[in-house]
Design a protein around this ligand. Structure first.
Ligand code: ADP
Ligand code: MG
Length: 247
């Protein structure tokens, strides 16, 4: 298979902060319909990889292609436009707006609303908001102010705010941190559903959760790939046990 068959193809990606290589010659390929989990010790460079993909941090070297389009020279806005959505560790929702309103403001702009199409558009957006709310377990809470949601529900809402934009690559940084066991199970179910038709890249520490969702696991250590493969092979890898799982 050539690199062009992958949805996301990262090659030789390197970023140096004052000489310190947080990401060092990384090669990473993620398919469409794939849910990839990246694990590794604190400081391994996991979040930096997401920062590089979404254009928040500029690479020193290397290439990031999404659907064969080079992203490293695009602005953050252009990268979103290319179909990349990213969720940060702390939810960035509008606390004083309702669940409905949070989803509404996230509905992609630029699909112009004019004349007699206005009613049709409004109905379409309303239906889409309800569909997403159902998907993220919040359909009973559409009129609830986001500030009143549990931490887990806020995480789901932010995932919904990304989903409504229908990204083809969705990246989530530690989505179940601070969630209850039940919320973790629901999130696993949600992620398994939403990787259909797109690529999903998740950073996570909770190994029970990783086991539930990962198609493939990439272990990052000191900015480099230490191991990659299915959950079992990674869990049994002596080097992975040494630097990460053993602790
Ligand atoms: P992880 O998410 O795997 O815990 P990070 O990607 O956050 O790790 O960080 C990797 C390393 O890069 C850390 O040593 C961190 O301090 C460093 N780092 C990350 N971003 C920057 C930055 N913008 N400037 C300088 N150093 C950074
Ligand atoms: Mg991190």
């Amino acid at each position: 298979m050539s690199e062009t068959d992958f949805a996301l193809a990262i090659e030789d990606l390197t970023v140096s902060f004052d000489g310190f290589k947080a990401v060092d010659g990384l090669n990473l390929y993620v398919d469409k319909n794939e849910l990839r989990v990246v694990i590794g010790p604190n400081g391994a460079g996991k979040t930096t990889v997401l920062d590089l993909i979404c254009g928040k941090t500029r690479s020193t070297l290397g290439s990031i292609k999404f659907k064969n389009k080079e992203l490293t020279n695009l602005s953050e806005h252009q990268i979103v436009h290319a179909g990349v959505g990213r969720k940060f560790q702390t939810p960035s929702i509008y606390e004083n707006l309702t669940v409905y309103e949070n989803l509404e403001v996230s509905y992609p702009k630029g699909r112009s609303v004019f004349g007699s199409l206005l009613f049709k558009m409004t109905t379409e957006i309303d239906a889409r908001i309800k569909e997403i709310a159902d998907e993220i377990f919040l359909k009973e809470l559409l009129e609830t102010e986001a500030a009143l949601l549990s931490h887990g529900q806020k995480q789901w809402l932010e995932i919904g705010m990304l989903l409504i934009q229908d990204p083809e690559l969705l990246m989530l940084d530690e989505p179940v941190a601070g969630m209850s066991v039940k919320e973790r199970d629901q999130t696993a179910e949600l992620l398994k559903r939403i990787c259909v038709g797109r690529s999903v890249l998740v950073i996570e520490h909770d190994m029970d959760f990783v086991a539930k969702i990962a198609h493939k696991v990439t272990v990052l250590h000191q900015g480099k790939i230490l191991a990659e493969g299915d959950m079992k092979s990674v869990q049994n890898n002596p080097e992975v046990i040494e630097v990460y799982l053993g602790h």
